[in-house]
Write a protein of this length. Sequence first.
Length: 129
Amino acid sequence: MLIEIDFQSEEALYMQLRNQIVMMIARSMIQEGDPLPSVRQLAGDIGINMHTVNKAYSVLREEGFVTIDRRRGAVIALSEDRERAMEELRERLRVMLAKSICKNIPREEIHTMVDEIYEELLSVNLPAE
């Protein structure tokens, strides 16, 4: 599992880890039923504290991306709770859009950016011909 942590970033390490795992799921690099490395293994591999990895895994569990089992560890298990996911997305977008308004970023540029990112994520999932 290729995880790159930016120790100079202001973003919390556990959130960087969480975000990268979510991106890997979106890009089909890891899929439903795939196990994640043990907390100890991943912490050692990327050079961070085990508590940081544990916190990232806990957030992923709370958000419906993984289940945590004492024997199997963390396993990708996507929650089917679409309504909850939509509400969470709405709240996060509300804050991001408020920030963009404060920075005078036009609506059209935001739409274009969203479309580009969405297409980029989908294109990674397409099988090679």
